[in-house]
Design a protein around this ligand. Structure first.
Ligand SMILES: *Cc1c(COP(=O)(O)O)cnc(C)c1O
Length: 359
């Protein structure tokens, strides 16, 4: 028997979520963000299902090359631009678009001799304070790009720091800083990630850049996909590989972190942090055993988790265990593990995982 770990990928849910992007931002083009192996969902199959996307966003030349290799003809944007000037020839050959966020990239572009000029997204730091030209430096950087022989078209780009928080006024402030910085400059504009697509229509502009919401995960603090009309794309499942009866006071797993409060059944499912399940998931983190809620107990091991089977008298070896997805929001699991859903889905490790494509 192979290790029973499966990530079910619901392509119909992915398509539904894409339509939600279209509905929320009907006047904008959609750059579907598929970096990090499409947030752990498998980039090739995600991209093949998103035939209606106007473009794709990735984080590396390797990811972008793969998209060209599987025949993607839409614009593909390197969201962090290039890391070394040696990449530029290949970027030009594959006709990729680049985000330019730093002066070092500007000077490398100025020195480059490319067969084809590149489309460049000039990234402006409107308040995220991570990457981008400060607002005062936007116009000089824009002018240098416009006059650079390696650059064809120049467009305008920024990223939001608080779009996960509907109550924050920061997104509006960032938008207004962005607008002031690019006043009078020609070019298409792109600002909105998933949170902004659903929460701040004024940010939509020419191109929206959804990642998380495509995968059916809520971009907002304290809400789930269902609350936002999204459908989870990934269901991560495994099976029970043991059901054991222990006595009151028996300690379970590494460090004896769980002590049985009474005589009880403890199940073992084949999934652990080596597969991407969060090691910090606390006792009580929910899973579904045969579709019914149970909680994990004790420490998460590399290949296994232990599960409190009180109230699951029928549970037996081979029974299905859902870690997140259908019937169990990944957002809720993330909360129990002190992390965010982004990290959970991105960490799913292809080590022993089978992907199963579901329509
Ligand atoms: C990852 C990324 C996105 C997508 O963000 P979500 O919150 O997942 O929608 C958009 N823009 C940039 C620049 C990114 O790096």
């Amino acid at each position: 028997m192979t290790r029973p770990l499966v990530a079910g990928i619901h392509l119909s849910a992915l398509k539904h979520n894409f339509q939600k992007v279209r509905q929320a931002a009907p006047a904008s083009k959609v750059m579907a963000v598929v970096k990090a192996n499409a947030y752990g969902h498998g980039m090739d199959r995600v991209v093949s299902a998103l035939t209606g996307a106007d473009g794709f966003g990735v984080a590396s030349l390797e990811e972008a090359s793969r998209l060209r290799q599987i025949g993607i003809q839409q614009p593909v944007t390197l969201l962090e631009g290039f890391f070394e000037k040696d990449e530029l020839a290949e970027i030009a050959r594959l006709q990729l678009d680049v985000v330019v966020h730093h002066e070092s990239q500007l000077s490398q572009l100025e020195c480059a001799k490319l067969a084809m000029p590149l489309r460049v997204w000039l990234k402006i730091d409107s308040g995220m304070h991570r990457l981008g030209f400060l607002p005062d430096d936007a116009i000089p950087a824009y002018q240098r790009l416009v006059h650079c022989a390696s650059v064809g078209k120049v467009d305008l780009f920024s990223h939001l720091a608080y779009a996960d928080d509907r109550r924050s006024g920061y997104t509006e402030r960032q938008l207004s800083i962005f607008q002031d910085a690019v006043k009078g400059l020609e070019g298409e504009c792109s600002v909105a990630n998933s949170g902004a697509i659903l929460g701040w229509p004024d940010t939509h502009r020419d191109w929206v850049r959804p990642g998380l919401m495509l995968y059916g995960i809520s971009p907002f603090i304290g809400s789930t996909a269902e609350d936002e009309g999204l459908q989870p794309v990934m269901t991560l499942g495994s099976r029970l590989i043991a059901v054991n009866r222990y006595r009151r006071q028996d300690a379970v797993g590494y460090g004896g972190a769980w002590v049985c409060p009474e005589d009880m059944d403890v199940g073992v499912a084949a999934i652990g942090y080596g597969d991407g399940y969060p090691r910090h998931a606390a006792s009580g983190t929910p899973v579904l055993v045969n579709g019914k809620r149970a909680g994990i107990v004790g420490r998460v091991s590399m290949d296994m988790v232990t599960i409190d089977l009180r109230g699951h008298a029928d549970a037996k070896v081979g029974d299905p265990v859902v870690l997140w997805g259908d019937g169990l929001p990944v957002e809720e699991v993330a909360q129990h593990a002190g992390t965010i859903a982004y990290e959970l889905v991105c960490s799913v490790a292809p080590r022993s995982l089978r992907y199963e494509i579901l329509e």
